[in-house]
Write a protein that binds this ligand. Structure first.
Ligand SMILES: *[C@@H]1O[C@H](CO)[C@@H](O)[C@H](O)[C@H]1NC(C)=O
Ligand SMILES: *[C@@H]1O[C@H](CO)[C@@H](O)[C@H](O)[C@H]1NC(C)=O
Ligand SMILES: *[C@@H]1O[C@H](CO)[C@@H](O)[C@H](O)[C@H]1NC(C)=O
Ligand SMILES: *[C@@H]1O[C@H](CO)[C@@H](O)[C@H](O)[C@H]1NC(C)=O
Ligand SMILES: *[C@@H]1O[C@H](CO)[C@@H](O)[C@H](O)[C@H]1NC(C)=O
Ligand SMILES: *[C@@H]1O[C@H](CO)[C@@H](O)[C@H](O)[C@H]1NC(C)=O
Ligand SMILES: *[C@@H]1O[C@H](CO)[C@@H](O)[C@H](O)[C@H]1NC(C)=O
Ligand SMILES: *[C@@H]1O[C@H](CO)[C@@H](O)[C@H](O)[C@H]1NC(C)=O
Ligand SMILES: *[C@@H]1O[C@H](CO)[C@@H](O)[C@H](O)[C@H]1NC(C)=O
Length: 819
């Protein structure tokens, strides 16, 4: 091309005198060898031959700059084989390129026609056809800027224009052949982003416009030399840019489908490539699959986003990333998903994207949160504090990680991940991550409300992150998106007189039972609903502030499988909690009763097991507080009118049992038969001790037998030992409460027993977490094999006891120190 361009330059030198105009009027013609030059002498139009080609083409190139770049070609696909080409107007006012035998090989073919047409080469490089006396841009009948080749000149608009025309840039086939190559550079008007396609297949994308640039196209970051604008509304979506006219700078889409930013450097007397895009391997569309992220400089470049794992490990290790990654904790939309912020990434692609320019960040978050298929959101405009909203529906693909560029994205996460993420934000980052349950337990034992802890930490993280980006303040809130009323407590305070009246002065006739922390009474306000009144024992050494904090914490725990706290009362020595009243009482009075157990057929029992598992999952992972129940048992599972289970007494152990001595703890807080070995023996509890109790609850519910006090004519084993024995012998079905045999659905029964056994494993780390339990119960995947349960027989306990104390000495001491 260089030779030829210089040739053209020579032509220009020789012939420009004869046509010192920038305009072609109706009865002018331009033949091969003649040119016109724009008024500022920046661009020139004429015939040329590209590269080593001998074909002749009509085109526009930079004037005066030797090695001039051809920026536009008329007859791209049809070279003229001789020098007979002539550019002129036809009788309809269209510009045509005619060859010797009279064939029109190119035309400025438009529906509109000019009365007195002239063609003018503007100093921007735009060849326009217009009416002679009308210079208004909007009235141009035709312009080369709307029919570009491989060059995106300053001032050009690429994308969807108001006329409905889609302007796209397309590569040349080769240096010798300007006809359309396989690559196109387009605006995706729906996604509001730039895309590169090869033979119509998406190869690379920029990420959506964010008011300043494109998260995946640092090439187009604003700089002193040029300013970009991305204009979009209902009708148009186009990109344009401007430069300081004292420089020569342009964008060229080369044969390989790469957009190059070229600048003319006088000193070098040549064009240099400033930067180009797609620039590297990570710009290849969806290289790392769904939720994979591409990081240049990493080897391999593909990895999973944090909190994601390869979907197919065996493919992944063989560098086949196409299956991508999945969340390590599956989403559970009904159970309070939230969002975690990912920094400096190229915003992803997905099946559906929606945008609303006028939404606030908070509206955006809520909108996404409320639609279970919404996987991510972020601001559509990052200027100022950020505004507008983009929502992603479906798997996120084509993510890359930058260290500085890119944008922040909020990705939907299951609530356990959000809890974990929140804890990671604490200054004791690693420690918490590794021994989270120990630390948490220590907190619990310290009697220091975790609530307080979290509130402090929240302040801390807010403080910590200020200044990283401008819209940090908003963002910190996002991490706390699980409960909508974080800060306010709408829990009513009742006065003592009213409660005394409602319970006939705490009369014996109203007594429902004796809970772990005091008696529970049935009550009813005048004309109002029934209530359950829990009168806390007076020995609690808690101060009022602490009590209030704890009440607030419990008040925030809301789940359909938890008994609802309706109000509280503090007066004189009294501390009272008011709960919803559940007429059907507790699960134990059904399961362990010959007659009433008939009311609970298998489907109801399975429903109850599932409900309890979800309630417990919420306490452990989904609520902000991570509550360990410590006294899960059948009598603490209450049943509503529809026999839906509701866990009661949650949060009580933590809140009101903190001052017990170890012996008291055993007596009051735990219940024999439900306590895990490490809790019963060492007083050490964690969420896994609750899992143990849950396992016992499941096995009792299936069998209709109590674990504590279980007897069997054939052996001395407790219920757990008995279940284990049957399981090993493949006789699990014999466990079924004989009263319920008819309603049994065998796969569910076997699965429940299996999960029950996994929950009562001796060592806490062999027990599944509640999130796994929920999945196991509801799914139909293969379950791991259980080993012999803890508390297999009574004799065994004593032996385990000794061993345990020595092996977990450190943990025990940590916890005791905590007290
Ligand atoms: C076209 O050429 C004729 C003479 O050849 C001239 O009289 C006429 O003014 C020209 N028209 C225009 C629009 O320049
Ligand atoms: C023209 O052809 C020569 C010899 O085949 C080659 O070396 C050169 O690179 C070609 N020039 C262009 C611009 O393709
Ligand atoms: C004119 O010549 C071109 C090739 O140079 C040929 O394709 C076209 O058919 C010819 N047209 C006429 C009308 O002869
Ligand atoms: C003019 O446009 C029509 C339809 O857009 C097309 O079919 C025709 O080939 C074009 N003519 C020329 C000379 O390019
Ligand atoms: C254009 O660049 C020149 C030289 O760098 C500078 O003096 C001038 O202020 C710039 N003009 C604009 C409008 O930025
Ligand atoms: C993982 O990929 C391999 C090879 O493509 C396939 O054989 C295997 O079934 C896949 N595993 C899963 C769990 O999808
Ligand atoms: C965009 O959001 C605003 C504010 O929430 C709302 O009023 C408007 O209806 C939304 N527009 C569309 C098209 O959804
Ligand atoms: C969630 O969003 C998708 C995509 O916009 C929509 O098709 C679906 O109806 C929405 N679902 C709900 C429950 O609003
Ligand atoms: C950004 O947010 C801060 C704090 O909320 C506020 O003071 C400031 O005015 C906001 N800036 C803009 C441009 O909205």
């Amino acid at each position: 091309m260089n030779n030829i361009t210089i040739l053209c330059f020579c032509f220009t030198s020789f012939f420009v005198t004869s046509l010192a105009a920038d305009t072609i009027s109706a009865n002018h013609t331009i033949g091969d060898g003649e040119t016109i030059v724009s008024s500022g002498e920046r661009f020139e139009l004429g015939f040329f031959s590209p590269g080593n080609s001998t074909g002749r083409y009509l085109g526009i190139w930079y004037n005066k700059i030797s090695k001039g770049k051809v920026v536009w070609v008329a007859n791209r696909a049809i070279p003229i084989t001789d020098k007979s080409g002539v550019l002129k107007f036809d009788e309809r006012g269209a510009l045509i390129l005619v060859i010797q035998n009279g064939s029109v090989i190119w035309s400025s073919n438009t529906s509109r026609h000019a009365q007195n047409p002239v063609a003018q080469l503007l100093d921007s490089g735009n060849l326009v056809v217009r009416n002679e006396n009308d210079r208004r841009t909007e009235n141009f009948v035709w312009q080369s800027f709307e029919h570009p080749g491989n060059t995106f000149l300053p001032g050009m608009k690429v994308g969807r224009l108001a006329s409905g025309l889609d302007v796209i840039i397309s590569s040349w086939k080769s240096n010798d052949d300007p006809s359309q190559g396989p690559y196109t550079f387009e605006i995706d008007g729906k996604g509001l982003e730039l895309v590169v396609r090869q033979n119509s297949v998406l190869k690379s994308r920029s990420g959506p416009w964010n008011g300043v640039g494109f998260s995946g196209l640092p090439l187009l970051k604003p700089d002193p030399l040029l300013s970009y604008a991305f204009v979009f509304n209902d009708k148009v979506a186009y990109l344009t840019y401007d430069i300081n006219s004292s420089i020569a700078l342009t964008l060229v889409f080369d044969q390989g489908g790469v957009l190059e930013r070229l600048a003319w450097i006088d000193r070098l007397n040549n064009w240099i490539v400033y930067s180009s895009a797609p620039g590297d391997n990570c710009d290849n569309y969806a290289l790392c699959g769904a939720y994979g992220r591409c990081t240049i400089g990493n080897s391999p470049a593909c990895g999973c986003l944090n909190r994601f794992v390869p979907k197919n490990q065996s493919e992944w290790v063989r560098a086949d990333w196409s299956s991508g990654c999945v969340r390590r904790t599956p989403l559970n939309c009904q159970n309070g998903d939230g969002f975690i912020k990912y920094y400096n990434i190229k915003l992803p692609d997905s099946k559906i994207r929606a945008m609303n320019k006028s939404m606030t960040t908070e509206e955006c978050r809520v909108k996404c949160l409320n639609n279970c298929s919404c996987m991510a959101y972020t601001n559509s405009d990052i200027r100022g504090n950020g505004s507008g909203c983009i929502l992603w529906f479906g798997d996120l693909v084509d993510i890359r990680q930058y260290t500085e560029d890119g944008q922040d994205l909020y990705i939907r996460m299951a609530s356990p991940e959000i809890v974990a993420h929140t804890l990671e934000g604490s200054p004791k980052k690693k420690k918490v991550g590794i021994i989270v349950s120990v630390v948490l337990s220590a907190f619990l034992l310290l009697g220091l409300g975790l609530c307080l802890f979290l509130q402090k930490k929240k302040k801390h993280s807010r403080h910590n992150t200020l200044g990283r980006t401008k819209n940090k303040e908003n963002n910190t809130k996002e991490q706390w998106s699980m409960t909508s009323q974080d800060e306010s407590l709408d829990l009513p305070h009742f006065d003592l007189t009213a409660i005394a009246n409602a319970t006939s002065n705490f009369s014996f006739n109203n007594l429902l039972g004796q809970g772990g922390f005091g008696p529970v009474y049935k009550g009813a306000f005048k004309g109002g609903q029934d209530i359950a009144v829990k009168r806390l024992s007076k020995e609690s050494r808690q101060g009022l502030d602490q009590f209030m904090n704890e009440v607030k914490c419990i008040a925030k725990l809301q789940h359909r499988n938890l008994v609802k706290l309706l109000g509280y009362c503090i007066e004189h020595e009294e501390k009272i909690l008011i709960y919803e009243y559940l007429p059907n009482k507790s699960l134990d009075i059904y399961i362990f009763d010959q007659i009433r157990s008939k009311l609970l057929d298998w489907p109801k029992r399975f429903h109850i097991i599932n409900g309890v598992s979800r309630g417990l999952l919420y306490l452990h992972h989904d609520s902000r507080l991570r509550i360990i129940h410590r006294d899960l048992k059948l009598s603490n599972i209450l049943l509503d009118n529809d026999m839906n289970p509701k866990i009661s007494d949650f949060g009580m152990a933590r809140s009101f049992g903190g001052n017990e001595t170890e012996a008291n703890t055993r007596r009051v807080v735990g219940t024999y038969g439900y306590m895990s070995p490490e809790y019963a023996i060492d007083g050490f509890f964690s969420i896994k001790s609750d899992v143990f109790s849950f396992g016992v609850l499941v096995l009792e519910t299936v069998s209709g037998k109590r674990n504590w006090g279980f007897t069997h004519p054939e052996h001395e084993l407790n219920l757990l030992g008995h279940v284990w024995k049957l399981y090993k012998e493949g006789r699990s079905l014999e466990l079924i409460d004989e009263l319920n045999v008819e309603s049994c659905y065998v796969p569910e029964v076997l699965r429940s027993i299996h999960v029950g056994l996994l929950c009562v494993q001796h060592s806490p780390e062999h027990r599944p977490s509640m999130s796994t339990v929920v999945l196991m119960l509801e799914g139909n995947g293969l379950l791991p094999q259980p080993n012999e349960p803890g508390f297999f027989t009574e004799r065994k306990v004593i032996e385990e006891n000794k061993k345990d104390l020595s092996s977990t000495n450190e943990v025990t001491i940590t916890v005791l120190d905590g007290r």
